[in-house]
Structures are given as C-alpha cells and as structure tokens.
Ligand binder design. Structure first.
Ligand code: BEZ
Ligand code: FE
Length: 258
C-alpha cells in the first residue's frame, strides 16, 4: 500500500493543498465517527473498496457476496419458515421464498438466514426510533428441504449518510447518495463459507448507480405481481390476510463448501 501511495503522489503531482485536504477529510471522518457510525467504513463503501475486497475474495461459484452495510444487528428474533415480518407495518406485501443449496444443487437443511431491510419509510429500525426494536429483522432456519419463506413489505431505496466527509466526497465527485432498495441476508451453514449478501429488485431505478457498488447481476431478482392469494404456499402464516396485488420473489442461495 505504501508503494502505491507513493506512486499516487508521483503520478498526480499531488500539491500541498491537496494533501492537506486529504488529511483533513480523514480527521473529520474520525471526528464524526462513533460506536453507531463508522465514517471510515462509509468511505470504503462509497469508494467501491468494500465491494472490490468482496469481489477478489468471492469464490467463482456460489451466490456472490455484497456489502454488509452499517445497519446489521445481532440477536434478531427467530421466525419460523413461513413467518411474517410485516406485523402492524404499512407497505406492499412481498412473499419471499427460495432454498439454500450446495454448489451441487443439494438442499441444505438447518441453514440459518439473518434477514434485515428498511421499512416503507426507507429507514432501518436500527436508525429509526419510531420503529419497534428489530422491526424487519429476523433469523430463520431452513427446513429439511432447505427452504425458507417469509412475508414482508417492499423495501425502499434510501440514501447513505451524506452529512459527513464521505458525503462531501460523493457530492464533490458529482455522485448522489442513493442505494437501490434491497433485502440483506447473511446465510450460514455448517461446513460452508458464510455468505453476506443483498438481493435487489430488477425494476429499481438505482440499480446501475448504487452509491455503495453492491449490485451484482446474479443478485437481481424479479418481483412478480400476484393477484390470487390462494396460490400462495399454505405454510405462509398470514396467507389469509394477504390481499391482491402483492408480490412474490423466488431466490435460491448457493453456498460454497469450506
Ligand atoms: C446498507 O446497505 O445498509 C449500506 C451499505 C453501505 C453504506 C451504507 C448503507
Ligand atoms: Fe441496506
């Protein structure tokens, strides 16, 4: 890294003013950081560094990984397969299902999925005091068939925090702070590499301009509009409460063995 830094100074003929500005940004990143906010991680995200580290460490097969983001919380409540995340919230219902598979296509029973997303207002409960703790955060274990299933609402696009130096960098380079809407997942199973990833709807307007560079072709899925709740799986806990129009999403996770 030191060699590259020295080469950067030579190649750009870095001036004293530019060097001072760089150091000032780092100082401000330290000033604005707290246990709840790490501006250095945000710098890494908006510079595409987090994603590049992900890419160079991703196995060739299996579902690609993507950025973790700052809103993951441990200790989310356990929800059974077929369970509901909507509760009393508003939003368009989405039924998300799929399987956790090995690279040979075998279902993995007992795989654990951590799931988190924004509410309809584009905020995670981790950052929004108006929402109950762990709203739209859940842990689910796949059944013998490797299947998972839950009901939720459509997540909303949102902006990364842009009131600090990482935001200054975004604005100075003519970029916006928006991320496409997504569902976050961490998928864990014995004998397999843990997968940290996100899944994006194919009709999101920010897919090709994610401020955090998290989008990968294989992580884009279709939200299919459904009109007949009777077609939904019988083990969906709130099947009888879902009204048309709703969406369904089918996404399989493929884990690479260790
Ligand atoms: C997120 O997906 O939660 C996120 C990722 C990178 C930066 C900010 C937020
Ligand atoms: Fe996110």
């Amino acid at each position: 890294m030191v060699h590259h830094l020295h080469d950067f100074v030579r190649e750009t003929n870095l001036t004293h003013d530019e060097w001072r500005k760089g150091l000032e940004l780092l100082y401000q990143a330290g000033e604005i950081s707290s246990p709840e906010r790490n501006e250095f991680v945000l710098f890494s995200d908006v510079l595409g560094l987090s994603s590049l580290v992900d890419m160079v460490n991703s196995p060739a097969d299996g579902t690609p990984s993507s950025v973790l983001g700052p809103f993951h919380m441990r200790g989310a409540p356990n929800v059974e397969v077929g369970g509901d995340l909507i509760g009393d919230d508003k939003g368009v219902a989405v039924v998300v299902s799929g399987r956790v598979l090995t690279t040979n296509g075998q279902p993995i029973a007992g795989a654990e999925l951590e799931i988190w997303q924004t509410a309809e207002n584009g905020l995670y409960s981790a950052q929004d005091e108006q929402q109950p703790d762990y709203n739209f955060y859940a842990c689910m274990k796949t059944g013998a068939d490797g299947r998972y299933l839950f009901s939720t609402v459509r997540p909303a696009p949102y902006t990364v925090p842009d009131d600090g130096p990482a935001g200054e960098l975004l604005h100075a380079t003519g970029r916006h702070p928006w991320r496409p809407s997504h569902l976050h997942f961490i998928v864990t199973a014995a004998g397999h590499r843990t997968l940290v990833t996100e899944v994006f709807p194919s009709d999101d307007p920010y897919l090709d301009q994610d401020a955090a560079f998290g989008v990968r072709e294989q992580l884009i899925m279709d939200y299919k509009e459904g009109n007949n709740p009777g077609d939904l799986p019988d083990d969906l806990a709130i099947k009888s409460l879902i009204k048309a129009p709703f969406y369904t999403v089918d996404f399989d996770f493929v884990l690479v063995s260790k």
